[in-house]
Design a protein around this ligand. Structure first.
Ligand SMILES: [Zn+2]
Length: 132
């Protein structure tokens, strides 16, 4: 499914990309603006990522983290990777979630919300992308 997004065959609200990585909105965000960063290469878990790819991948995760926080005026962020357990898509992805003090987050990924419309999602993707 994420390989389909990389190939442009599956629609996504894209935030930005590099030669090696793609960032797009999670369609069931913990908070609006919740972005996923994936390697273009099909890798399943973090331990599959070659050491040579670490700077490129996590450098982009860091840039997306900055963009999410600045674009959405978040007080902070939550950045995480599920490996196999609780990993809903078997393609390595890092969650970048905007946080605000007192935002009501109960568990790391619960409860989830929804975008009111595709237009709203597009607007969030554009705002974060513009700050990237
Ligand atoms: Zn894949």
């Amino acid at each position: 499914m994420f390989c389909g997004i990389v190939a442009g065959e599956v629609p996504a609200f894209g935030v930005g990309s590099t030669d090696d990585c793609v960032a797009f909105l999670d369609t069931r965000p913990v908070f609006k603006g919740h972005t996923l960063v994936i390697p273009r290469q099909h890798l399943v878990v973090l331990s599959d990522l070659p050491a040579s790819a670490l700077p490129g991948y996590f450098g982009f995760v860091q840039a997306v983290d900055r963009a999410v926080q600045s674009a959405l005026e978040a007080g902070g962020s939550f950045v995480a990777i599920n490996n196999r357990v609780s990993q809903s898509v078997a393609h390595l992805h890092t969650h970048v979630v905007p946080r605000t003090k007192g935002d009501g987050l109960r568990g790391f990924f619960w409860p989830r919300t929804k975008y009111a419309s595709d237009d709203e999602a597009r607007d969030y993707a554009k705002r974060v992308g513009a700050a990237l």
